[in-house]
Design a protein around this ligand. Structure first.
Ligand code: LMR
Length: 329
């Protein structure tokens, strides 16, 4: 209820400040959960600029960042209800709402590089995943990267025994829950917007995220140690509702899709740099102790991850995972 009131207030404020261009015929409302100066925030900002420029202000894109309108749990519902027109959740958020096949991206140590991820998302696997969203009348418009996740806590987390008994905040993906259990931790699913506070109040002991999310949420103030495990991938899909998409005139639909394609290319180009910048800032400020696992420690994490792959195969079918493995070669 509070969020609906906020939505109305934000829309009203936009009108009052003249923020809404008088010439705009249509507004695309886009909600996401991270800060503006993250790979996702910046890619979506580029999308806004391109749509507004190419439509000469006829189409306006209103972005609600930082979970200010909707958090992890309700943004998909808001899209279903038509309260927003586009969202860009991390791929780990699709499993809990009925698309468990997306959880393959969460498998620990499946990908060596973002290029390996792209060989999947740009091929048949990516196409099939986006097509599958039509089961809930959703339309997948494209994938884009953040990068690789690392572990944080108030101690180094470099090999399975370091995780014993720790309560680790995770996104609502069963694969990530299994990963934490396989390494000896207790997974606790929490929305992104509540994570920093949960770390601060010791509701949870640690979490995993790319450095850009860690830094822009100020997690270094509540976590003393960041371990550069690069154990899993974090990326996103931009999703709209068929009702919204089909309502767009053909020419606008093409323009919006092209603007998004260009924005996602830009997002992929800057993602590494944003993560590197955040890591440099952490080094510079000395705000967290940064650790690199040895290859022996990484091997121990990899070995302990095997049951996680087997469990997903049992859930979504070994066929699927074989297709994925083949596409990666
Ligand atoms: C998280 O919830 O941990 C992140 O994936 C948030 C995001 O969208 O980057």
């Amino acid at each position: 209820r509070r969020r609906w009131l906020q939505a109305a207030a934000v829309a009203g404020a936009g009108l009052l400040t003249g923020h809404a261009s008088a010439a705009a015929e249509r507004t695309i409302r886009l909600s996401h959960v991270v800060a503006r100066d993250t790979p996702k925030g910046m890619a979506l900002e580029r999308f806004r600029a391109l749509v507004e420029e190419r439509s000469r202000g006829r189409i306006r894109v209103q972005i609600y960042p930082q979970g200010q309108l909707y958090g992890d749990h309700d943004e998909m519902q808001a899209l279903q209800l038509g309260a927003v027109d586009m969202v860009a959740p991390s791929l780990s958020k699709f499993g809990p709402i009925g698309f468990p096949e997306f959880e393959l991206f969460d498998l620990p140590f499946l990908f060596d590089s973002v290029e390996a991820v792209r060989s999947l998302t740009r091929g048949k696997v990516g196409h099939t995943l986006l097509q599958g969203l039509s089961r809930q009348r959703l339309m997948g418009l494209g994938f884009f990267d953040n990068g690789f996740k690392h572990m944080s806590a108030n101690k180094p987390l470099l090999e399975p025994r370091d995780f014993a008994g720790l309560r680790m905040r995770i996104q609502g993906s069963r694969v990530i829950a299994q990963q934490m259990r396989a390494w000896g931790a207790v997974p606790v699913t929490l929305p992104f917007s509540e994570t920093r506070r949960a770390l601060e109040t010791r509701v949870v002991d640690g979490t995993e995220n790319p450095v850009s999310n860690f830094w822009t949420q100020g997690m270094q103030a509540v976590q003393s140690d960041l371990s550069l495990t690069a154990h899993g991938y974090l990326g996103y899909a931009v999703v709209t509702h068929q009702r919204f998409w089909e309502n767009l005139p053909n020419a606008d639909r093409r323009m919006v899709q092209e603007a998004l394609d260009d924005a996602l290319v830009f997002g992929n180009e800057i993602a590494d740099a944003q993560n590197d910048k955040a890591l440099a800032a952490l080094h510079l400020t000395g705000a967290a102790n940064i650790h690199n696992p040895s290859s022996a420690q990484t091997r121990l994490l990899q070995q302990a991850s095997r049951p996680v792959h087997a469990e997903l195969a049992a859930r979504i079918g070994q066929d699927w995972l074989t297709k994925v493995q083949n596409a990666l070669i």
